[in-house]
Write a protein that binds this ligand. Sequence first.
Ligand SMILES: Nc1ncnc2c1ncn2[C@@H]1O[C@H](COP(=O)(O)OP(=O)(O)OP(=O)(O)O)[C@@H](O)[C@H]1O
Length: 363
Amino acid sequence: MPAIELSGVAKSYGGGDHAVRNLDLVVPDGAFMCLLGPSGCGKTTTLRMIAGLEQPSAGTIAVGGRVLDSVEQGVYVPPEKRGMGLVFQSYALWPHLSVRENVEFGLRMRKVPAPERRSRAEAALKMVHVFDAMDRYPSQLSGGQQQRVALARMLAVDPEVLLLDEPLSNLDARLRLEMRAELKRIHEESGATIVFVTHDQLEALTMATHVAVMNQGELQQLAPPMEMYARPANRFVAEFVGSPAMAIVDAGPAPGGLAASLLAHVQGHDRPAAFGIRPEALHLGTPPPPGAWSGPATVEAVLPAGASWTVRLRVLDTELFAVTHTPVEAAPGDTVTCWTDQLHLFDAAGLRLPALDDVAARA
Ligand SMILES: Nc1ncnc2c1ncn2[C@@H]1O[C@H](COP(=O)(O)OP(=O)(O)OP(=O)(O)O)[C@@H](O)[C@H]1O
């Protein structure tokens, strides 16, 4: 039922700069959509508009075909009539209610009978691992525990649309990983439509079915996560998604440098203004396959991390990082051959050009 559709949505506060500009976004029914971008890019404003906590300055928001906001038609449906579950960074638990009472609160409002209320609250608290703290008050919990109670409060209600704003930000790394897996499972089991705000690209890649990258109030790309990773639409997305970040090499005029070597390699193709190389697509030593770019590199540092090795290389005039999952024998000062068969190409406006393999695949 609830595909969420934003058409031409804009928001400016007090007539100032636009926090969100001309946003067209469809969140399909049952999707797990992550709004991803740096601080101040308009993610939270977008989520708050979907929730009805902010009114757009222009455009239309509809859910399941029902218009909830339309500046032009003078429609505005308040948050409590939208039937959505919200969890925000500031979790706003009732201080005078115990954890259990906080979680039961929404169910009480919906007139769910007491025995069912109790069992649904307990199941939700177990899911987020705060069952044992059920009789405590919010002031007696850590920030991470409070955040999990806020999640449980929303999960107990089981709404069709869940809106989450950085709900895992106060958890330690291990618990965050566990909660990501848990949220993903909850999404698959419940079939709910989820919109999740994060500035953490790994969080978006690991959980979402769709990722919408925003920058300065504008949508940069909307795609399934692995598609976005493989084919970023522009330089901004290319550098924002992936860690360590994709290296961007500007195709300037430096003769004898890496850019010149890459330009010679792509001759006959549209001339790019910049190249992108992901660290894990830069290989050392092993013979390159036909059609790959290769060049000499000096090893500057080897950083082993147990399951992976990061290597800082000087490739002609440029410093690049390579990440590999096989042990690296080379030592600083060694000269090795490095190669890649996955070059990303960008034009002067920073937009993606078809990569060499895209062209080959179409030929
Ligand atoms: N109530 C407000 N009044 C005025 N300006 C605001 C208000 N809320 C947000 N803004 C501005 O709108 C822009 C977008 O803010 P928003 O909170 O949506 O970004 P965000 O991507 O969620 O950032 P963060 O990750 O830091 O929360 C920012 O420039 C911010 O300063």
